[in-house]
Design a protein around this ligand. Sequence first.
Ligand code: ZN
Length: 160
Amino acid sequence: MRTGWWIAVAAAVLLTAAVLATAIAFPSVAATTCPGCYGLERIEPGLYAEPGLTPAQRRDVTQAVEQGRKQVHDFFGGRESSPDVLVCLSDDCYRRIGGGGERGIAVLNRAVMLSPRGVNPVIAAHELTHVELHARLGGAAVPHWFDEGLAVLIAGRDLP
Ligand SMILES: [Zn+2]
């Protein structure tokens, strides 16, 4: 009984430490797991953005992501992935959720983050392609050039 209690306490402490370590070492992983915890607000299911956007900014964000999703859908003939998309329109916001100098990034092939420079259909489609491809591969590996090449092909142009 007593031993069991200590094991439970130790497990809880270790789990908390692991969660904290993840949040500190990999803020992007933590942010994509809990966008609200990082101050993002839900614009629609699966789409989170920095709060305080003007109606025009909101429309731009929604359209960029919608168009990106459509390009992936049209190319593959459907989508098997439905990653959350996190969008920042300020550098502060993007830094806070763990972003760097890139225009967009696929996080663990489960979510997509778009930086203030990546809020457009090209970058959205590029990153969404990475997630879709990996969902379809189901753990199988392809060369990096194939992954990137396909993303560039579907996005139409440009590298993030
Ligand atoms: Zn890429």
